[in-house]
Unconditional design. Structure first.
Length: 341
């Protein structure tokens, strides 16, 4: 189902470019634009932009192609393989990609979402607090993804587990079934999947991950591209970020107004409707932000190093490039705001 995004006096422009295999055409214009993202509330800008048709119109006459992933590591593989041009992904896989690529393979160009991760226990698991997670079977979306790193860090450093063999990689869409079958005891999962477990009656809320962070805020979704794409197509990155910022600000201004179209879009992507109220409830847990929150990256880099996922506790330079983002923010600060009507 498609819906019309409101016109605020500024037309969405989403012209991302593409990899070296598909970037050549008359005048150097892209023939195809590829974007990767997840079917999550925490990727709302991508979900709404694609489903609403705004991105398709903006990249024309180039073809818009999209690919939906379950979690970050597989999206990063696609980015490295030249299968997508720009992606929405969490800090954990970004840091791993930065380390493996020796600082030459990935760039963070903006933030997208903060917080939005719930820790949910099976109702009859006997787990009543986060401390009770020790030794229990805890599901995370994918090995090495952002929730996987956070859960393992908490178990090892806060609950003093010697290993994290009890943390199991389970796709978000499969967690409710496995919880019902008592194959998992808890899930450390992004929205809307945490709220789904609760509303469907399988789980009970133990806490939100944000409450484990000193300032109650951490980056969950980042916007990334490759250094090659950024260098070849800065104008396209700028047009993309104009659209991304506008969506982010709409979501922040009136999040509940976007619950229904987001719900419909997620149904399209997953092939199954979420229970009534799940998306609306999820929106309460997510903070949409254009800032990458670099302090999250430095903290999670240390965690990934502790878990032996990367070889150095030093993140090094070059990962974050918000030059274009800051330019657009400066421009918007000096321009009158567009009307909502």
């Amino acid at each position: 189902m498609r819906y019309s995004l409101p016109i605020l006096g500024l037309v969405f422009v989403f012209s991302l470019g593409c990899n070296r295999d598909k970037s050549s055409s008359q005048g150097g214009a892209a023939q195809e634009v590829r974007i990767g993202y997840f079917a999550n509330v925490t990727h709302a800008q991508a979900v709404l932009g694609v489903s609403g048709g705004s991105f398709e119109k903006a990249v024309g006459p180039a073809k818009l192609s999209t690919k939906v992933f379950n979690a970050g590591p597989s999206l990063i593989e696609a980015l490295f393989a030249g299968e997508i041009d720009i992606g929405y992904v969490g800090p954990g896989p970004v840091l791993n990609a930065h380390a493996k690529g020796r600082g030459e393979k990935i760039r963070v160009i903006a933030g997208a979402a903060a917080n939005g991760v719930l820790i949910v226990a099976r109702k009859d698991s006997g787990i009543n607090s986060l401390a009770d997670l020790a030794g229990k079977r805890v599901a995370t979306p994918q090995l090495g993804n952002t929730q996987d790193i956070s859960a393992k860090h908490y178990l090892m450093h806060e609950l003093k587990q010697k290993d994290v063999n009890n943390v199991l990689a389970v796709a978000n869409t499969e967690q409710a079934t496995l919880m019902k079958q008592k194959e998992i005891d808890a899930a450390w999962t992004p929205e809307p999947w945490g709220s789904r477990l609760i509303i469907e009656g399988q789980g009970k809320l133990l806490g939100e991950e944000k409450d484990l962070w000193p300032n109650k805020r951490f980056s969950l979704t980042l916007v990334v591209t490759t250094p090659e794409f950024l260098a070849k197509h800065p104008d396209m990155v700028e047009k993309f970020l104009v659209a991304h910022l506008r969506l982010t600000r709409w979501l922040n201004a009136q999040p509940q107004n976007w619950a229904t179209p987001l719900d419909q879009a997620l149904k399209q992507l997953t092939g199954k409707a979420l229970p009534a109220g799940v998306v609306a409830d999820s929106m309460r847990h997510v903070q949409f932000t254009e800032e990458p929150l670099e302090e999250t990256l430095s903290t999670m880099n240390q965690w990934a190093y502790d878990l032996k996922l990367i070889n150095s506790p030093n993140m090094g330079p070059g990962l974050v490039d918000t030059t274009i983002l800051k330019k657009l923010q400066a421009q918007s600060a000096t321009q009158p705001q567009a009307s909502d009507h």
